[in-house]
Design a protein around this ligand. Structure first.
Ligand code: IDP
Ligand code: MG
Length: 139
């Protein structure tokens, strides 16, 4: 069974013109790009996306960063896409990410860490629905 996950090339990576290289790694990794949009999120849109983190100390800084410039938002499809995309991204903190992962290679810091990926089927469903209408994902 293939699975869908929500991926974001975050504003730090888009701003440093790393989107093309990250998209190449996505395709080389065997993911199908099922939907893709460039969007400069408002602060409130970023807050809605990261609502599960609203009590965390970094919430204000994270949502300011995520609304600081355009991002590229994607729906990826693959077998086991959620786990496999998180493996390709690497750990949240680039200092702890495995060599060869996107965050190890491209992240600037634990906050400005280049990419986002859903962490479970329920969060993937919420995150995909936050940005894309179901009709956009019908083949
Ligand atoms: P994840 O993106 O690897 O799933 P989460 O814990 O869900 O990591 O955190 C969401 C995002 O919040 C991270 O990708 C990163 O941008 C930011 N973040 C996480 N932990 C910290 C922190 O300790 N300081 C600053 N920003 C953080
Ligand atoms: Mg997360």
């Amino acid at each position: 069974m293939t699975e869908l996950t929500l991926a974001i090339i975050k504003p730090d990576a888009v701003g440093r013109r790393l989107a093309g290289r990250i998209l190449q790694r996505i395709e080389d990794g065997g993911f199908h790009i099922r939907a893709m949009r460039r969007a400069h999120l408002s602060r409130r849109q970023a807050e809605g996306f990261y609502a599960v983190h609203r009590e965390r100390p970094f919430f204000a800084s994270l949502t300011a960063f995520m609304s600081s410039g355009p991002a590229i938002i994607l729906v990826l499809e693959a077998e086991d896409a959620i786990k496999r995309w998180r493996a390709l991204m690497g750990a949240t903190d680039p200092a702890k990410a495995e060599p060869g992962t996107l965050r190890r290679e491209f992240a600037e810091s634990i906050e400005r860490n280049a990419t986002h990926g859903s962490d479970a089927p329920d969060t993937a469903a919420y995150e995909i629905g936050y940005f894309f209408a179901g009709v956009e994902l019908v083949e």
